[in-house]
Design a protein around this ligand. Structure first.
Ligand code: ZN
Length: 499
């Protein structure tokens, strides 16, 4: 086989894998929104079969041969193809090193574990999920041995979500940040400031909330011709391809902020996918580069733009139009305060922008300690509670509000959480640079996102996976990841709010 045949075969195989991925993504969207209840079992089966086909293609003998020929002729390839080969080769090596029977056993285990977790959570009994979680950690430790690691074994797991990141780098970023956050939170907890929460507590018609959601998505530049907005119990963004980026939001009658900010958050994710360059979106470099950069986009729109006083002033007339009674005696400033209230809560996904980061640090520290065998899975719930008291000053009264709240460990996602915190840090760093070129406050006040969106497309979105995360951050901000800007942002915002 010469390099031309190899390239042709390689591209056809990738196209087939892409088709499977798109089909699975579409089925996921369907099953989480409009699929009838009785269809669930059959859908899970079909998705499992398609996913197995995907992995079979990835670790196939064919793929191995194509990659060998292409790697030997890599100098003759164009830049994009070189990057595609590198990326697929990395994926190939990762899965080819794990014995396929063990990998299948592991997938079966995680499916059972997820069910056990749901049961354990409902009964608030960690013991029901513990045996599964023990096995999940055992498998992950074994996979790390098969795959090999540099520095710390956790680095290999982290690599699945955050290539470029290592424990050494994360510790450097997180350690100083933790002390500053805990200090700031303690100061806020001791403050006498009374926040008017009338805005968040009213009754809001769901249909009107849908209109508000559509309105803000239009303002931030979500392309409705390349996406559909639906509703689901858990909000998400699913990129089937760049012209088919689905958002699922959710709305509650007794609460307006959850739906409003879920829509803006997912809109931030979706804008990233919709703005990858056409040439890249047709290759295996399509889509956002890594979770942390993806999350940075979502959090930037949700928190740094969506919860900014200027943006709230801009949408205020729309709120008055849609909810004249609820808004009657509330000012834009009061809305600003209520959507930025800091309150320590047990549940990560209900927490505010400031305390959120500590929820993540806790999870990062715990999963690392288990991998290092400093603690056992049997102690996770107790140490969880101890750390909650240390960081946020509250102790979960039960495991449902503690170690059982997130599905991630129980579905096998170990090394997944740091991305969320990195997302906050990167968002602040990008906005800091952007603010030197664009009058962000004025843009938000005018509800005109054109300059902001153009900046993000230019510096982040267009590249898809063709740049590494480090390249994206360095090329756009002139330095490596730096938590300084995130701390400055929080201290300025919350120092003023709780003055
Ligand atoms: Zn997100």
């Amino acid at each position: 086989m010469d390099e031309y045949e190899a390239k042709k075969g390689f591209e056809e195989l990738l196209e087939k894998m892409n088709a499977i991925e798109q089909a699975v993504a579409l089925m996921y969207c369907d099953s989480s929104t409009i699929e009838p209840k009785k269809a669930g079992e059959e859908t899970s089966k079909v998705i499992a079969i398609l996913q197995t086909e995907f992995f079979k293609s990835l670790v196939s003998e064919q793929m191995k041969q194509y990659l060998e020929v292409l790697k030997n002729n890599i100098d003759e390839m164009d830049e994009i193809t070189k990057k595609v080969i590198k990326r697929i080769n990395k994926e190939y090596e990762k899965y080819a090193k794990i014995p396929s029977t063990e990998y299948r056993e592991y997938r079966e285990l995680t499916a059972k574990s997820e069910k056990a977790w749901a049961d354990a959570k409902e009964n608030s009994d960690y013991n029901l999920a513990k045996p599964y979680l023990e096995k999940i950690f055992e498998y992950n430790k074994r996979f790390v041995k098969y795959r090999g690691y540099e520095g710390h074994p956790y680095n290999t797991l982290l690599d699945d979500y955050e290539p470029d990141s290592t424990v050494e780098k994360l510790d450097g970023v997180f350690d100083g940040l933790k002390i500053k956050l805990v200090t700031l939170i303690r100061k806020i907890q001791a403050s006498n400031k009374q926040i008017n929460t009338k805005f968040t507590e009213g009754h809001y018609d769901i249909e009107k909330q849908r209109q508000l959601s559509k309105y803000v998505l239009e303002i931030i530049g979500y392309d409705f011709d390349a996406g559909v907005v639906t509703e689901s119990a858990h909000p998400y963004t699913m990129d089937i391809n760049k012209n088919n980026v689905r958002i699922a939001s959710r709305f509650f009658e007794n609460e307006i902020t959850a739906g409003l900010y879920a829509s803006i958050h997912e809109g931030g994710h979706a804008r990233y996918e919709q703005n990858v360059d056409d040439a890249i979106s047709k290759t295996a470099l399509r889509g956002g580069v890594i979770m942390a950069i993806h999350e940075s986009q979502a959090r930037m729109y949700e928190n740094m733009f969506g919860r900014d006083i200027n943006f709230i002033k801009f949408i205020f007339p729309k709120l008055q139009e849609l909810f004249p009674k609820q808004i009657e005696n509330i000012s834009a400033e009061e809305i600003y305060e209520s959507v930025n209230q800091v309150k320590a809560t047990f549940i990560r996904i209900e927490s505010d922008e400031l305390t959120y980061s500590l929820h993540i640090m806790l999870r990062y520290e715990l999963e690392r300690m288990v991998l290092e065998e400093k603690i056992g899975v049997e102690d996770l719930n107790n140490i969880w509670n101890q750390k909650m008291e240390e960081y946020l000053g509250i102790i979960p009264p039960n495991d449902k509000l503690g170690v059982l709240q997130d599905v991630h460990w129980y579905d096998g996602s170990i090394g997944y959480f740091p991305s969320y915190l990195l997302g906050n840090i990167i968002a602040a760093q990008l906005v800091n640079t952007m603010s030197k070129e664009i009058d962000i406050e004025e843009s938000l006040l005018q509800g005109d996102f054109s300059k902001i969106n153009e900046w993000l497309k230019e510096n982040v979105h267009q590249y898809g996976k063709s740049k590494t995360p480090e390249e994206i951050i360095k090329d756009s901000t002139g330095e490596g990841i730096n938590p300084k800007y995130y701390v400055e942002y929080l201290e300025k915002k919350y120092g003023k709010l709780y003055d």
